[in-house]
Design a protein around this ligand. Structure first.
Ligand code: 5GP
Ligand code: MG
Length: 177
């Protein structure tokens, strides 16, 4: 396993974050929106996106984990926001990468159960070739091929999360953790 090429640079990411914030601002009343960052992978994206809006936005986090590290492993929720943060709100899930779509599908369902008025997805990266769940992600920064990526919040077994660029991990299987 070794760190490969830069797939998306720090500058490209900054540009995309600004554009995504612009699109969200045009589509939503920002005083009604709540950003729900999917930890830990979205930590950098959430932190940059929330500060890219021209006015304050409400922000909270959720944590989803695979029950085990294997394909198709059950997605479990480590923590969710309280109902009073979500009920009646326009929810925007902020996710680092959408792969099979299962995490976002489960999360959307849980947020709807908490009374969200609407649930949409903003993901920095999208790996559409591996999709098994029919989810709607209105806001996507970049489409990526079927490679395992690390950096800008995304890890491999806890490593590489603090890299500024999104890089390819050579020899990394597309397996979730
Ligand atoms: P999904 O549930 O859509 O299959 O997977 C989404 C989650 O899997 C992401 O939140 C992320 O934690 C992890 N994931 C999927 N693809 C990658 C990847 O290429 N690199 C990293 N670091 N994590 C990934
Ligand atoms: Mg992870």
């Amino acid at each position: 396993m070794q760190l490969g090429q830069v797939l998306i640079s720090e500058n490209q990411i900054a540009d995309a974050v600004g554009k995504l914030a612009g699109r969200v601002s045009r589509d939503y009343d920002l005083s009604r929106i709540v950003l729900v960052g999917a930890m830990d992978g979205a930590v950098c994206f959430l932190s940059d996106l929330m500060r890219a809006f021209a006015q304050p936005v409400d922000v909270t986090t959720v944590r989803m984990r695979r029950y085990d590290g294997t394909h198709g492993g059950e997605v479990t929720v480590s923590w969710l926001p309280l109902r009073d943060r979500i009920e009646g709100r326009e929810v925007l899930i902020v996710e680092g990468i959408v792969d099979t779509g299962e995490t976002c599908a489960v999360l959307s369902e849980r947020l709807s159960e908490l009374g969200a008025a609407s649930v949409d997805i903003c993901a920095l990266l999208d790996k559409p070739s591996r999709r098994t769940h029919d989810i709607k992600a209105t806001y996507i920064g970049f489409e990526v091929p079927d490679v395992f990526v690390v950096g800008y919040g995304m890890d491999y077994n806890g490593a590489y999360r603090s890299l500024r660029d999104v890089c390819v991990l050579e020899g990394g299987e597309s397996e979730l953790n």
